[in-house]
Design a protein around this ligand. Structure first.
Ligand code: CA
Length: 732
């Protein structure tokens, strides 16, 4: 036995003895030794909305926000750098309360009205969104469209905990039992109901109960005594929570679920902190937002102070978490989609900005002060973890749980499972528009993250260790990695019977990721077209500096010849108005035909580059744009197979082609209007199905050698078939 093996055996033995000693202790002290548990859940708080750095670097956002009490928690406890939730409220909250993954509990979008899907879902132009569990969770199996489960507080209550709900509930739709926290295991409910946001944070507005708010579903219930007062909602809820702690029976342990309405919209100023952020130079919206963050932090401090004052801090476990990424798509000041940087995008998105959360645990005597936990975990893990912290070993619940307790991992008793996969599933439509906010399924395993967007069956693969900002889609570099993740994701979605949307135009369900991968992606290459903010100068020289930011495509070859092709390099960029493209072609013998009457005919008998465009695999229709070294265009409209209308012209106002030649070769540079591409129905979600080819004239124009990006499925040279096309992906 090696010393390593020995130490492992010793380690396991020690862990076993520790377990035995714990159990013995439990038998003796079970009733008196249970810790109090406080779970702070902030609404919509982003990973960077704090002065505590959760990344390896301190960011400008860490310098902006003042959260001294979070700093204190982190200094006295453990900070988590890869804690995940889902991209929107209700799925995370139901996972927290049930231990189930969103794909299983099916409360995949945010809830409010009974039996009603969201308007953007009903009006989705392309996808039929499935009838998900729009009614949230339910303690009663008779409620339809709801996830039937025994909640975490219900288990705690049955085990002797006094359970207090303070703040936002948002667990069941209106007129269902779970809209009231008292029906799902809480002894006390402060201000919680069906809605996921307040009509107003201001006591002066009666938190939305004033007549001026009419029939708003967002009026906060139960805080009447603060109506008309100069008090912020966060403060009122904190005072009530502390009062509930004061009034409790101190002989039993308590569970306080401190579930802040903040920092969700409406973004309103807490006057105590607002001016200081204006003084920092923030715009009014961002100053209001920051004041809400600080109000939350002050509340955390008040609760910590209560524990200190009553000398119960040592017997109280604190957990701090948020339910989704920081809002960045709308309603914020500054530049959209940047508020969670270095993470990409924000609330609603499957990119890290939508799902990575600030998380801290303070557990006196168990977790080292100032420690950091770098492994990943997800919100459904809180259910079994909190119960384990409470010393509850056997639970009897109707639901199948996906969450795994992280308690032994954070205590460093056991290592987390090496290849654990985390799953996200969102067959829905959120209200906002942002990168990564579409209907999707996704998996994280190790450092890899694979995203499958349902609408266009687009896959994206990221190495999060190297690329936390998800800028380099590695799908074409590591296809086998993607394939295996797609298989794992599919297996899980099938096991939990996940709901998929249906394509409206063909009444077919979106295929499972593994099936999509097999049928389509194995054959098809992708090129990412990045977006530019400024129009490109198209002059045939390729000297606009923005070309340097474009993805470089060099992957051209002779599909039907056993020799190396001369270099062909393609780039494309786009903005709202145009798809820009450029070919750099190496060619020491450029043939420019002059013998025909028209430029159009001369072009098709010359050295040239080509872009074919198809609407779909049916190729009915498809278009060809064949551009020679002297900027002449042969354009055509066709129908499979080779029913080509050579008289057809691409609308002249909608396309520009420029070129230049020298001894080394030639450049063809151009732009095609997005308007025309849309008019011809050539933009499929974020995808343009395009063939990229080149006809290389040799022997004084007598022979043509065909060059392509794709290896078409054809024995003889032929680009007029579906398999010769790849996918240009318009990066959002
Ligand atoms: Ca939220």
């Amino acid at each position: 036995m090696s010393s390593l093996q020995c130490s492992r055996v010793c380690f396991v033995l020690c862990a076993f003895l520790l377990l035995l000693s714990c159990q013995t202790r439990d038998l003796i002290q079970e009733e008196t030794d249970r810790p109090n548990i406080i779970l702070f859940l902030v609404d919509d708080m982003g990973w960077q909305d704090t002065s505590v750095p959760f990344w390896k670097e301190t960011t400008k956002y860490n310098r902006r926000y003042r959260t001294p009490n979070m700093e204190r928690l982190a200094a006295e406890g453990m900070k988590f750098t890869q804690a995940y939730a889902t991209p929107v409220c209700s799925p995370s909250r139901i996972s927290l309360m049930t231990g189930m993954n969103a794909a299983r509990h099916r409360v995949t979008n945010w809830t409010l009205d009974k039996n009603q899907m969201k308007t953007p879902e009903i009006n989705h132009p392309d996808l039929q969104i499935p009838m998900w569990n729009v009614n949230g969770m339910t303690p009663d199996s008779t409620i339809e469209h709801a996830a039937y489960a025994k909640s975490q507080p219900q288990v705690l209550k049955e085990e002797g905990y006094h359970t207090i709900h303070a703040g936002k509930a948002h667990l069941g739709a209106k007129s269902t039992p779970a809209e009231n926290p008292l029906n799902i295991g809480f002894n006390v409910n402060i201000a919680g109901h069906a809605a996921g946001a307040p009509a107003s944070y201001l006591g002066e507005d009666h938190f939305g109960n004033k007549a001026s708010f009419k029939s708003s579903p967002w009026k906060v219930p139960g805080l009447d005594k603060y109506h008309g007062e100069d008090v912020f909602l966060t403060e009122a809820i904190t005072q009530e929570a502390i009062r509930a702690l004061d009034e409790r029976d101190t002989t039993t342990p308590f569970f306080l679920y401190m579930s802040y309405y903040g920092v969700h919209t409406p973004i309103m100023a807490d006057r105590r902190y607002y001016q200081s952020y204006l003084d920092q130079g923030l715009d009014t919206i961002e100053a209001r937002y920051a004041s809400m963050v600080q109000a939350m932090d002050k509340s955390v401090g008040d609760v910590l102070g209560y524990l200190d004052q009553h000398k119960i801090a040592e017997e109280t476990i604190i957990l701090f978490m948020s339910d989704n990424g920081g809002l960045s798509a709308h309603a914020r000041g500054g530049v959209a989609h940047t508020h969670n940087e270095p993470l990409r995008s924000g609330k609603g998105s499957i990119y890290e900005g939508g799902i990575r959360e600030p998380m801290i645990i303070r557990w006196p005597g168990q977790l080292a002060a100032g420690s950091v936990y770098d492994d990943y975990l997800i919100i459904e893990d809180f259910y079994p973890s909190v119960l384990e912290m409470a010393g509850i070993k056997h639970i009897d619940v109707p639901q199948v749980m996906d969450g795994l307790s992280f308690v032994s991992h954070i205590k460093a008793v056991t290592a987390p499972p090496a290849e654990r996969s985390l799953y996200w599933h969102y067959p829905n439509k959120w209200g906002g528009t942002c990168p990564g906010c579409d209907s999707f399924s996704a998996i994280r395993q190790g450092d890899w993250k694979l995203i499958y967007f349902h609408l266009d069956q687009r896959f994206e693969l990221y190495d999060l260790k190297e690329d936390i900002s998800e800028q380099s889609n590695l799908i074409s570099i590591y296809p086998s990695q993607a394939e295996s993740l797609a298989a794992d994701l599919t297996e899980y979605l099938v096991i939990v019977d996940a709901q998929m949307p249906t394509y409206k135009f063909k009444q077919q369900a979106v295929p499972w990721p593994a099936d999509s991968w097999k049928s389509y992606h194995k054959m098809t290459k992708e090129y990412t077209v990045k977006k530019v903010s400024k129009a490109l100068d198209i002059n045939g020289e390729g000297d606009d500096p923005q070309w340097e930011g474009a993805t470089i495509l060099r992957d051209f070859s002779y599909p039907w010849r056993d020799e190396d092709a001369p270099s062909t390099v393609f780039r494309a960029l786009y903005d709202e108005a145009y798809l820009y493209f450029i070919y750099h072609v190496q060619d020491d013998e450029i043939h420019v035909e002059q013998s025909y009457d028209t430029d159009k005919l001369n072009a098709v008998y010359s050295d040239r580059v080509e872009i074919f465009l198809k609407k779909s695999d049916a190729m009915d229709p498809y278009y060809s744009l064949e551009m020679d070294a002297s900027s002449r265009l042969y354009d055509s409209k066709g129908k499979f197979y080779r029913e080509i209308d050579g008289d057809w012209r691409y609308p002249a106002d909608e396309i520009t082609i420029k070129s230049s030649m020298d001894d080394e070769g030639y450049i063809v540079e151009g732009k095609i209007s997005m308007r025309s591409l849309r008019e011809f129905d050539l933009i499929d979600g974020q995808v343009i199905h395009a063939g990229l080819y080149r006809g290389n004239y040799v022997n004084g124009g007598r022979d043509t050698k065909w060059i392509s990006w794709i290896m078409p499925d054809a024995e003889q040279p032929d680009f007029h078939i579906p398999s010769s096309f790849g996918r240009l992906i318009l990066e959002p």
